[in-house]
Design a protein around this ligand. Sequence first.
Ligand code: TXA
Ligand code: MG
Length: 336
Amino acid sequence: MLIIRVNKDNPETEKIKKAAEIIKKSGLVAFPTETVYGLGADALNARAVKRIFEVKGRPPDNPLIVHVSSVDDVYKIAKPNKIAKKLMEEFFPGPLTLVMEKKDIVPDITTANLKTIAVRMPDHKVALKLIELSETPIAAPSANKSGKPSPTRAEHVIEDFKDEIECVIDGGEVDIGLESTVVDTTTYPIEILRPGAITKEMLEEFFDVKVAGESDVAKSPGMKYRHYAPEAETIVIKDRKKILELAKKLSKNGKIVGIAAMNPKEFKDFITFDLGRNYEEFAKNLFKALRELDKKCNVIIVEGIEEKGIGLAIMNRLKKAGKLYDLSQSITDNKR
Ligand code: TXA
Ligand code: MG
């Protein structure tokens, strides 16, 4: 795999051109965005897109997000309605993906045969330059093997794919650390299919918003699959006292316990990962924490938080990565 290191704030055109050449020749290029690293291919080239599904091990009924470098380019692949236009005006470029009516130029494989297409303009100079120089929209799921935590640094992409893809552009650590908010603009109230850094509260300034239930899998095909999951058993607990109790009990039973929490100083007897001081830092550190602790532990306990603002997105990912601990249950009763 070709690894291209770039300056994320001022990416070198010559370097990005090399990666764009690979996209033009139907190859796969992983690249940084503000949310997570993406695994990109020419969205209009069915053969190239097919390889994304193959190397990722992604089920063919899970559609990809198509990335553009300008709002004008959205009109080549989609038919935005008034709502989508307004949301693009307010939030593009940014961590928001809009589901809109698709145009025929986009091959069916990219959208898993749906009549709709999910489009996003990333707020990241490297991603924008890559799309521009490739002269085509780029389809890109998160650049992890299906089921694994999304990559927040190039090292994670290399871990998952080694020589299975042609190139990764290394732009260092991402800013946000959770995938974009996915919003269906074809229904009203508009519907959040996947929560992210553009929050329900932010969208409500403009439109009525509904959050798709965990069981609404038909609407966001990707959400039905196991996701973000470490090999280690992963338990999410909203109460710090209970975290300590369970950790003690599990380690007595011979488990190697890792704890990911905000400011984890009271857990110093265990392997810990500091998730930071606020929810933004928590989001940015979460996937890295899961990957790192997974290398050292056989049980991972993650601190659960309030489902407000970006906390909704964090808890959405955590519930898929592991099991939410039932707080009404006492630790001694727990059969684990
Ligand atoms: O932040 C992100 O969104 C990252 C970066 C690389 O842009 N990409 C990403 O892609 O997270 P992926 O493939 O891991 O997740 C795409 C999500 C899936 O849940 C998929 O089901 C949903 O978007 N999706 C894609 N097209 C859709 C459509 N036409 N209708 C409904 N949901 C769609
Ligand atoms: Mg993903």
